[in-house]
Design a protein around this ligand. Structure first.
Ligand code: MCA
Ligand code: AMP
Length: 505
């Protein structure tokens, strides 16, 4: 009887009274206490009728209990589907319906709004709040603290993570147990994680970075985490002297650099800072080293692949690059038109293959076939090159994607909604430089002839339909869009025109 994910991340710590989660209120939860809590949830979820292979959709705030739901899913063989807490009911409707989730978990705050959605798809609805209370916790409270782990094959699904697409329709990336475990073990080894490590965890746990990189790496190594609800600069600064490592999106590092309390003394106890999810400016890399003496280690990954490349632990961490291929990962740079590998140093699309690469998109065989080649190479949509020393540099994207504060936003999804607004003839959504989020969303609108467009009314209308982080920070009405001779909208020209929108004047 084996269950790779549960055994490698959780089961291996059974009975260990070692620290696992350091909480903001000063309490520390041991590995063993965490596992006993997870077992109670595993019983509660089984009592709710969940069986191996079923999906559990969870839009829950970050807490030890939320992480225990992930462990419980692994233990009972249920596919975990974590959802951004910013998603609106309209967005959740799609994820719940598409995934066929049997159980939906939300906070009490939104459960009334979500109840009709869950009911429409025949899913049960239970709650779990940021403080660990809720109807699922009530159900779990008196249940046994030991659960017989369900046997699973390494190729069985562990999680679905929805990633938006260039068509505006989100796709459920199916990740197997082996995908997650192989990557976590590789990263723990490359980044030298041990049971003595204390990771400063300020990322959300509904995306790859905070869950499958930060948490999984700590779990396979048997270390502990200072588990903060989010990125609050005062909490982070206060926690740094107790930590040995931190993982973050570039916004974490630019926000730290803006704070005078970030010094070499403050970070003297740290051994590693990792950045990913969005490009880290070479300038941020240099400023961070000047201020603290630490060279940030940048790595590159995707929801569909987990991590693919990393700068070295020893050796030169080259700013502006995402480092070398991780052991076991193959990467080639190809010509987007022909699929042929280009010469070393030339720019092309990045394709990857390895034990980390997902199984495909849930119930979307055509989409899967478009992006995942029959030989196992996944076409990432990123453009890059490899230099003679083996460093990979990402130079751009072959997909229309905005990355804002580490969150991916696909313009098409927003354009479809903007196009439907009163008076709008057509819309274009672009990403422009932003001092805090790296890129920010700007929406451009062309009015129907003779009609006027109210940007205020449109902003208000977006509130119900789009998570806050996806909503344009600014909307502008323009007379027409630049087009090439084929009539294709030229977003590059719009990006240039609006590049200064958020520059400090
Ligand atoms: C918050 N807002 C945002 C964002 N976050 N707007 C655009 N982009 C964002 N990322 C909105 C808020 O709703 C608010 O709107 C206003 O911006 C200011 O919010 P603020 O309080 O400053 O934000 P925050 O709560 O401090 O959050 C910023 C953050 C957060 C800490 C950078 O976005 C974050 O934790 N990002 C990490 C995302 C992540 O984990 N990505 C990994 C994906 P208003 O005031 O108007 O209401 S995994 C991935 O990409 C791959 C696999 C990989 O390689 O890792
Ligand atoms: P996601 O769809 O959330 O998994 O985001 C994956 C995308 O984030 C990749 O395809 C890249 O475009 C981008 N990304 C992740 N890490 C980096 C990085 N270190 N530098 C530049 N882009 C990155």
């Amino acid at each position: 009887m084996a269950n790779l994910l549960y055994d490698a991340l959780f089961g291996c710590h059974a009975g260990q009274d070692t620290p696992f989660l350091h909480l903001p209120d000063g309490r520390t939860l041991s590995h063993d206490a965490f596992l006993r809590m997870a077992a109670r949830y595993a019983h509660a979820m089984t009592a709710e009728g969940l069986a191996p292979g079923d999906r559990l959709a969870a839009q829950i705030d970050k807490s030890p209990q939320a992480l225990a739901i992930y462990a419980a899913c692994a233990q009972i063989g249920v596919v975990f589907l974590p959802l951004n807490t910013g998603y609106t009911t309209a967005e959740l409707d799609y994820f719940i319906g598409n995934s066929g989730a049997k159980l939906v978990l939300s906070s009490d705050r939104v459960s009334d709004a979500l109840a009709p959605v869950a009911a429409a798809y025949g899913a049960a609805l239970r709650t779990l709040n940021a403080d660990g209370t809720g109807s699922l916790t009530d159900l779990a409270r008196d249940l046994p603290e030991v659960f017989d782990t369900v046997s699973r094959a390494p190729d069985d699904l562990a999680a679905f993570l929805y990633t938006s697409g260039t068509t505006g329709r989100s796709k459920g990336a199916m990740l197997t147990q082996a995908n997650l475990v192989s990557n976590a073990q590789t990263l723990a080894e490359c980044w030298r994680f041990t049971s003595g490590d204390v990771l400063l965890h300020a990322l959300p746990i509904f995306h790859t970075h905070g869950l499958f990189v930060a948490s999984n790496v700590t779990l396979v190594a048997g270390g502990s985490m200072i588990f903060l609800p989010g990125f609050n600069i005062d909490q982070v600064i206060a926690a740094i002297p107790r930590a040995t490592t931190m993982m973050g999106v570039p916004t974490f590092y630019t926000r730290l650099l803006e704070d005078d309390r970030l010094t070499a003394d403050l970070t003297a106890h740290m051994r590693l800072f990792v950045s990913g999810s969005a490009p880290l400016l070479a300038e941020t890399h240099e400023q961070f080293e000047t201020r603290t003496g630490h060279r940030i280690l940048e790595r590159y990954g995707m929801t569909e692949t987990n991590m693919n490349t990393s700068n070295p632990y020893d050796g030169e961490r080259r700013g502006g690059t995402v480092g070398f291929l991780l052991p076991g990962v193959e990467l080639k740079i190809t010509d987007p038109a022909t699929g042929d590998t280009v010469e070393t140093g030339e720019i092309g699309q990045i394709e990857v293959r390895g034990p980390n690469v997902f199984k495909g998109y849930w119930q979307m065989p055509e989409k899967t076939a478009e992006e995942l080649r029959a030989d196992g190479f996944f076409i990432t949509g990123d453009l890059g090159r490899i230099d003679e020393d083996g460093y990979v540099t990402i130079v751009g994207r072959n997909k229309d994607l905005i990355i804002s504060g580490g969150y991916n936003i696909y313009p098409k999804e927003i354009e479809l909604i903007l196009d439907d607004q009163p008076g709008v003839l057509e819309s274009a959504v672009i990403g422009v430089p932003h001092p805090d989020f790296g890129e920010a969303v700007v929406g451009l609108l062309v009015a129907r002839p003779g009609e006027t467009v109210s940007t205020d009314a449109i902003m208000a209308a977006l509130g119900d339909q789009l998570a806050r982080f996806k909503q344009p920070k600014r909307l502008f009405v323009v007379t027409e869009f630049p087009r090439n001779t084929m009539g294709k909208l030229q977003k590059n020209i719009l990006r240039e025109q609006f590049a200064g929108t958020f520059s400090p004047s």
